[in-house]
Design a protein around this ligand. Structure first.
Ligand code: CTP
Ligand code: MG
Length: 232
């Protein structure tokens, strides 16, 4: 059974607000995207498709030689993450079989531990639907609402025992994922949402804090320290 990875890397990184798109922010001497590719370019993954913005200029200025023969750039990113993943999946379908596993992974998660990838695959490879890495919520979660003066106030407390934070990779069979994304709204923020909207329940596989999503400028130093510790 074949297994491929697909990395949407066509975002702008508006919350990080760096001088270049977030996926090209420098971490340990390499672009963040390079580390995300390295994290998934290992067995059982055979090919890594990277979905880039049509006007991307960063990719060709990086050295991808260590992944030669295993990495395929696709210049078909869209307006939203869902659009980028869907466009990339449609483009990759010429090389992917309907039953192949597709592991969708954020370019913004450069510190995915190898053990997390292995656990996800081991727990989902015989699953009917597939699944995602996720973390049980550790903090107390408040619902917010504005008062008459427009100030944010606590409107309620959620039951955190039922709440998990979705990470990536998210692992589904190619044909099911393409069908689900084809029916989904552009505004969904992960692949599992599209699968859920088909009435299916993806498996939750425990991930780790190291696989956090680099979102704000201060996250770069945290990612850098994780990568530096592993290299040492
Ligand atoms: N992504 C994408 N195409 C888009 C938007 C996002 O391929 N139109 C990708 C990003 O490049 C990233 C992943 O989806 O690898 C997760 O998105 P996020 O962390 O939100 O990155 P950005 O959208 O770039 O950042 P921001 O939301 O702060 O603008
Ligand atoms: Mg975004």
């Amino acid at each position: 059974m074949t297994c491929v990875a697909l990395i949407p890397a066509a975002g702008s990184g508006s919350r990080l607000a760096g001088p270049q798109p977030k996926q090209y922010a420098s971490l340990a001497g390499r672009p963040m995207l390079w580390h995300a590719v390295a994290a998934v370019c290992r067995p059982p993954v055979e090919t890594v498709f990277v979905v880039l913005a049509p006007g991307d200029t960063g990719y060709r200025s990086c050295d991808w030689s260590v992944f030669a023969g295993k990495i395929a750039p696709l210049y078909c990113g869209g307006e939203t993450r869902r659009d980028s993943v869907y466009n990339g999946l449609v483009a990759a379908m010429t090389a992917v079989n309907a039953d192949d596993w597709v592991l969708v992974h954020d370019a913004a998660r450069p510190c995915l531990p190898a053990a997390d990838l292995e656990r996800l695959y081991a727990e989902c490879r015989h699953d009917e639907i597939g699944g995602i890495l996720a973390l049980p919520v550790a903090e107390t979660v408040k619902r917010a609402g504005k008062d008459e003066a427009g100030a944010q106030r606590v409107a309620g407390t959620e039951d955190r025992a039922q709440l998990w934070l979705a990470q990536t990779p998210q692992m589904f069979r190619a044909a099911l994922l393409a069908e689900a994304l084809g029916k989904a709204k552009s505004s969904i923020t992960d692949e599992a949402s599209a699968i859920e909207q088909m009435g299916l329940r993806p498996r939750l596989v425990a991930g780790s804090h190291e696989n956090f999503k680099v979102t704000y400028i201060e996250d770069l130093a945290i990612a850098e320290s994780i990568l530096a510790r592993r290299a040492a």
